[in-house]
Design a protein around this ligand. Structure first.
Ligand code: FE2
Length: 279
């Protein structure tokens, strides 16, 4: 599926692009089945790392910060009882799997390097593209957490800021189950902040612009299973909590140019034994 010059122009203008039916339903189902298997084989005992963009302190734990070259499991914030035990089975408690599925898992590696994706990324003029990060996001029914408005380049900083996010809907996503909301043209507002490793340990934000997000400009992207949403790294976006009875599963990939400078102070690091790979 080739991207037309008109669509490319729209992506550059708006900072995002929806491509319906980019992935066939069988491929969506294959990824879902594989994620299910990974969760089934995951032993959650002793691991209580909860993913929440509202509570960065918790995010800063080693389990998260060391996951850039691993396959790790993060729980929904609302998955636990006050005594720290899970309210529901682990299958219904996990927020996401990250962040190197695309290199470490054969099913996700194959999907992430399909010719369609390769051609699309080539059309974006990302020179020597490398696959930086992958996430499998569950957005569980009832407890799927909110992701507040942010730019991906805050977390995956590079110079220049030449990062693209590919967001694959593995199920229909709508306002009820927590679809993405994006700010058309918001990628031209500049980077608002950067999340980086502090000299004293842990993480901190470096704020370039402390004004609030003009959230009234966000629009919902309701998409069908198999759709791809392409996101400029500087595009402000968010997703609301999922209080519906349906999950909203998605797979995301971030691509960076090998020509970019990728600072050591970014949270996501890879072991020298496992350098970033392209297609
Ligand atoms: Fe994001």
């Amino acid at each position: 599926m080739r991207i037309t010059p008109e669509k490319l122009e729209r992506y550059q203008r708006d900072g995002f692009l929806v491509m319906e039916n980019f992935v066939d339903r069988e491929s969506c189902d294959r990824l879902r089945a594989r994620a299910e298997e990974l969760v089934r084989d995951f032993d959650p005992r002793g691991i209580v790392s909860i993913f929440s963009t509202r509570e960065q302190n918790r995010l800063s734990d080693d389990y998260f910060l060391e996951s850039g070259d691993k396959v790790r499991f993060f729980f929904e914030e609302d998955a636990f009882l006050s005594d720290g035990s899970l309210k529901r089975r682990k299958e219904y408690s996990i927020n996401k799997i990250g962040h190197a599925l695309h290199d470490l898992d054969p099913v996700f590696s194959e999907f992430s390097r399909t010719p369609d994706i390769q051609q699309l990324v080539a059309a974006l003029d990302i020179e020597h593209p490398l696959l930086l990060q992958s996430m499998y996001i569950f957005k569980q029914p009832r407890i799927g957490g909110e992701v507040t408005c942010h730019q991906d380049s805050t977390f995956l900083y590079s110079e220049p800021q030449d990062i693209a996010g590919l967001w694959f809907a593995l199920e229909d996503a709508n306002i009820d189950n927590g679809c993405l909301w994006v700010m058309p043209g918001g990628h031209t507002l500049g980077l608002k902040s950067r999340w980086l490793r502090a000299a004293e340990g842990g993480m901190k934000f470096e704020v370039f612009d402390s004004s609030p997000w003009p959230e009234a400009r966000l629009i919902p992207l309701e998409v069908t299973k198999g759709s791809l949403i392409l996101l400029n790294g500087l595009l402000p976006h968010k997703s609301r909590a999922n209080r519906s009875s349906k999950s909203r599963q998605a797979y995301t990939l971030h691509v960076i140019s090998a020509r970019c400078t990728y600072p050591e102070s970014n949270w996501l690091k890879r072991s020298p034994m496992m350098p970033l790979r392209g297609f």
